[in-house]
Design a protein around this ligand. Sequence first.
Ligand code: C5P
Length: 402
Amino acid sequence: MGRTVGIGITGGIAAYKIAELVSKLKKNDIDVVVIMTEAATRFISPLTMRTLSGREVLTSLWETSQEWKVQHIGIAEELDLLVIAPATANFIAKMAYGLADDLLSTIVLANTAPVLVVPSMNTNMFLNPIVQDNMKKLQTFGYRFMDPETGMLACGVSGVGRLPEIDDIYLQIKNLLTPNQDLAGKKVMVNAGTTYEDIDPVRFIANRGTGKMGYCIAQEALNRGAEVILVSGKSHLVPPSGCKFVEVWGAEEMCEAMLCCQDDCDIIIGAAAVGDFRIAQMMEQKLKKDNDRSEPLIIELVGTTDILATLGEKKKPGQIMVGFAAETQNLMENANKKLHKKNLDFIVANDVTMEGAGFAVDTNIVTFIDRDGSVNSLPKMSKEDVATAIIDKVVALINYME
Ligand code: C5P
């Protein structure tokens, strides 16, 4: 069945690059309707887009439609996916506030198909908290975003804000149009982020985990049709829309939340950077700094419950469990021990001392280790791609068992 993608072009310099995207989509038999804002038409001619898409390019709310339907409603109904690329700060703000003062913003509101937003702008504009806030707001409504790339920008500075490669945008569009539903009917529980262990009513011990890896896994499982429970320590990230989100504080609370759901789950993936120690006796009052500072302050720590090992003991036949091993030394040996100790089906090992791997970065360098000892090392990848590789491996295991 033919698929139709709306390509909404807004007024950024990267608008000219979208000609290649339209051409690539058409060559791959995907129908394209191009909608341009007035500013976009200053960067690239609608004629170029009309020639490449083979369809009338829509630029104004006031053009008369050849069909009987009001134009913006008719177009919105036709779309299987709406892509906004490049998305300017201005247009992102308009979407976040539901404005409909031109044809494209009106189509965005009338549209019910998934929306993919591809921001591209000056680094300072992109990092501006107002823009970041608007993007987060749109994510809570299920809008998907592609991260801009870092490099030389048209304004002469180097930084984040470049439009991603056209091939990457194309791949993302293909994935969204034909989502692989190979986890349909499966229930997946993922844990993510760091846990917090209280010292006193205002202080805690945590670690550098941000939740990014686990949130990417939850998103990928959702994309592939699973029902997803995301159990997360406090994180600044927006949980993927459509998952059941359980926010927890400490390791013990995380463990309880997961034990409650374990029996219903087909797949459990432990991506959280769970704290290994908690305070033996949390202080009831805030510790005063006026204690004699020359004396070391001694706080006793005890181990937290190993969540995956606890769940591993109660693992149901056929239940798949995956864990991570973030190591700073003896990666393979340590990861292998954890795989068996926690009763996992495979473990995702990463050396967190390597550049581009581990906590608080957008990429990871991982090695999969199976129970039979086989090892598969992947190159440096975005955490989204690592999530895809993990879910691919889980699906392969399910197929092998069934
Ligand atoms: O033993 P280690 O903490 O290095 O193992 C890492 C793996 O175990 C991760 O998947 C992590 O989510 C999980 N873990 C856990 N409970 C802990 C510590 C780690 O489930 N207390």
